[in-house]
Design a protein around this ligand. Structure first.
Ligand code: MET
Ligand SMILES: [Zn+2]
Length: 774
């Protein structure tokens, strides 16, 4: 019999329960016990829901308060030195993710510890906490073995689950060497790590687990032969040590390719592959597993919200069943449903306002149901689920033939794009000279990345406006006051290039989506982004175009309040694409160009309105990079072209800024250079300067502001600490090109810490200016 399975369920809760309780804990409003109880309740609900949808193998251990990679670090005792003196428990674990700062008290010294680095999880907008390993790293299981506890918790509810762990190779190789262990080859730690995995697996076996899911997402990357050799040895050893367990190695987000070679003789019982991202790999994988191994088919898109074309998926599954036999086939979502919202149940507004479009969607709960329907059809014949299949076919067909998804004017404008629309009038050095002359700034100009604290008052006003409790005029008045406050605060802080603060924006992508045609919005379609933070990606269902200006009024108003330059603030086309749920019926590159034309119109309108600094944020450009290097160029070509299309409609004297954060830029230097922005502000404070050297060797000549402090942490950095960073930057960046700014926007912070941090930051610029060039 084919089995219906799942790789992971969203951990945030249908009403973001996890976020709420975690943040209450941070605020000191609830204790550890309340936190644990809330999690127990949510896990039980998730397991029951998946069971009710008909899944046979349900994951456990997929829950996390903050991040599952962090949970593994804690479970294996990979606690960096600087956190080790803190008592074991939630507070320490959160400190690893967020950093911690506490003033001294009579009984305790002050605490001030930087968070661990955070990085994007493959090509998603989920962020994981990068494990930090030391040369003399030891591993052991602590008293709390999270995976085991959660397995037992489900067992107590009468639900037999499949524990999920991050595999040892991915855990190690997604990590980094701690500062005190420069030069450490991570792989050399493998022999020390494996005994701990063995111990964990034997404990799970004793507790009654049969299948375990071992995620090795790095198998979707280009791996050296040596690494595949390590996979071979590792799994031969682990499976031999736990003969009672059946190992399912899970890969996702791309093809496994030649990395599959270790699977056959590794002792593992099965392999999961992503057939949404890489449907072409089925035959190759079937040919490369052994006669007894199970293949788990990732047929339901875990990264998007469209209904699965069940007829197509069924055909693929039938091919697999025909060659493997039904006992050797599982059906599953393509990856963990972590990246999909929880349920459509609460989407009342979409259902009533856009019933036609609503009918095209499936969130996690509905996706579990799809898996079940597929499996039922495979096991009992399509007839047995005739109504479900017919309903699905009708919906898929309705979407394919809908008149709402195409706009001929948009298509024509796309056809007419010419190369000149992808170029500034002059090269950077000529522009820089003109810009400095037309709008001189002090040396080491200070600026921020755009957003200022999204306070309770702002969120409340927006909620009241959305509910109709206050009218548009009142809401606009409120926003104007917020803008005025933000501008005056920046003037007090003596920042050089100001921003309006983005008070009116709920989210940097949704805000634009709401003002463009071609989008719809869920009310509750949240997915995890980092820590307790969730995002609600808008949904692009049709051709995108701008109907009227989107940001001009706010920027012009903000500029009217100050004689300092006001930076216009837009989200770039690639980021709008990357952070939306995107239609899958036309290429992403086409959707991206539609977005680019809309942003281009806005950039030109800002310039016309007298805004001379315009920032087009592209924090997600690296995130969209394919996982395999052979696919890089194709993506970078269209992505950078789209950025250029959006930004090059201006005069030489207009300063185009862009901003990127939280990713490795190593692979995309050439692309960043080709983006041809005048100023680039990038995240840097957590990455130990390693990017900067590369920027200079790759010939980056434009102006650059590598962030001097980390905004994801409530910790206030001192001037000395930031100055040290800036000094280090000056080793790589000529002083006329260096900007001083934070890593990213300040919207998640509070005003008090923002004021303190920025005061210290401006002092850095002043100190640098005081030291004249030698
Ligand atoms: C994730 S990048 C954020 C950029 C945006 N302008 C902000 O400051 O919030
Ligand atoms: Zn950012």
């Amino acid at each position: 019999m084919v089995q219906a399975t799942n790789l992971g369920f969203p951990r945030i809760g249908a009403q973001r329960e996890t976020k709420k309780i975690v943040e209450s804990f941070w605020a000191g409003k609830v204790n550890e016990q309340a936190l644990d109880e809330a999690a127990v309740k949510l896990r039980a609900e998730n397991w029951k829901l998946q069971k009710a949808q008909g899944l046979a193998q349900i994951p456990s251990g997929d829950f996390s308060f903050y991040d599952h990679v962090l949970d593994h670090s804690v479970m294996f005792n990979v606690i960096p030195q600087r956190f080790r003196h803190l008592p074991d428990g939630h507070e320490r674990n959160f400190a690893i993710g967020r950093g911690i700062q506490k003033p001294a008290t009579e009984t305790q010294e002050k605490v001030d510890i930087e968070a661990q680095e955070m990085k994007k999880w493959f090509d998603t907008n989920y962020h994981y906490i990068v494990p930090e390993f030391e040369t003399n790293q030891t591993f052991h299981l602590g008293p709390k073995i999270k995976t085991l506890e959660e397995f037992n918790e489900a067992k107590a509810l009468g639900i037999h689950t499949r524990p999920v762990v991050l595999g040892p190779l991915s855990f190690l190789l997604l990590g980094k060497a701690a500062k005190n262990s420069v030069g450490l080859e991570l792989i050399t730690l493998l022999p020390k790590l494996l005994p701990v995995y063995e111990e964990l697996f034997s404990k799970l076996a004793q507790a009654g687990a049969d299948w375990i899911q071992v995620d090795e997402p790095i198998l979707a990357l280009d791996l050296a032969d040596a690494v595949i050799g390590h996979f071979q040895e590792t799994y031969t050893r682990l499976t031999a040590a736990a003969p009672q367990l059946k190992f399912l190695i899970a890969t996702y987000f791309g093809r496994i390719g030649s990395n599959v070679s270790f699977v056959k003789n590794s002792g593992v019982a099965g392999l999961h592959i992503d057939l949404v991202r890489a449907s072409e790999q089925l035959e190759h994988v079937i040919a490369n597993i052994n006669q007894t191994q199970v293949l788990s088919l990732g047929l339901v898109d875990g990264r998007n919200i469209w209904k699965t074309n069940l007829a197509n998926a069924l055909k693929i599954a039938q091919t697999a069943v025909a060659s493997l036999g039904s006992d050797r086939v599982f059906v599953a979502p393509s990856c963990s449903l972590l990246h999909t919202p929880v349920t459509l149940k609460f989407e009342k507004r979409l259902a009533s306002k856009h019933p036609e479009l609503f009918d095209w969607l499936a969130f996690s709960e509905e996706k579990c149901k799809e898996v079940h329907t597929l499996v039922h059809a495979l096991n009992h014949g399509a007839e047995s689920v005739r109504a479900e299949l017919a309903d699905n076919a009708r919906s898929i067909d309705a979407r394919r033939t809908s008149s709402h998804t195409t706009n001929s004017a948009v298509r024509q404008r796309l056809e007419a794009i010419v190369p000149d629309q992808l170029r500034r009038r002059s090269g950077f050095s000529e522009r820089q000279a003109k810009q400095h002359q037309a709008h001189p700034l002090p040396e080491f100009p200070t600026t921020t990345i755009g957003s200022f604290p999204q306070t309770k008052e702002i969120r409340l006003a927006r909620a009241r406006f959305t509910k109709g409790e206050i009218d548009e005029a009142a809401y606009n008045e409120f926003i104007k006051k917020e803008i005025a406050y933000c501008v005056s605060e920046q003037e007090k802080l003596n920042i050089d290039v100001l921003v309006h603060g983005e008070a009116e924006r709920n989210d940097m992508v949704a805000y634009f989506g709401e003002r463009l045609e071609g989008y719809i919005f869920s009310e509750n379609g949240w997915i995890a982004s980092y820590g307790s933070r969730c995002v609600r990606p808008p949904i692009i269902f049709g051709d995108v175009h701008r109907v009227k200006p989107m940001t001009i009024a706010e920027s012009v108003y903000a500029q009217s309040l100050t004689s300092k330059p006001m930076k216009g603030m837009l989200t770039g086309p690639v980021t709008c694409l990357q952070w939306s749920f995107v239609r899958d019926d036309i290429p992403r590159s086409v959707v991206c160009n539609q977005l680019a034309l809309a942003i281009r119109d806005e950039v030109v309108d800002l310039e016309k309105a007298g805004i001379i600094h315009i920032q087009v944020d592209e924090p997600a450009i690296r995130e969209g990079l394919p996982l395999r290097s052979v696919d890089f160029n194709f993506y970078l070509q269209w992505a950078v072209d789209a950025f250029l299309l959006s930004t090059t409609g201006v005069q030489d004297t207009t300063v185009i800024h862009t901003h990127m954060c939280y990713s490795d830029f190593q692979d995309i230097f050439q692309a960043i250079i080709r983006m041809d922005a005048d100023v680039l502000t990038i995240e840097n404070s957590k990455s130990d300067m390693r990017i900067l050297g590369a920027f200079s060797t790759h010939g980056y000549t434009a102006e650059i502001g590598p962030g001097v402090f980390d905004i994801h942490s409530p910790r206030v950095p001192s001037t000395a600490e930031m100055k040290e960073r800036a000094d280090a930057m000056l080793k790589y960046i000529p002083r006329r090109n260096l900007w001083i700014n934070p890593d990213c926007g300040l919207k998640t912070r509070g005003w008090k810490e923002v004021r303190e941090s920025l005061t210290n930051m401006v002092a850095v610029a002043e100190a640098l200016r005081a030291i004249k060039e030698a």
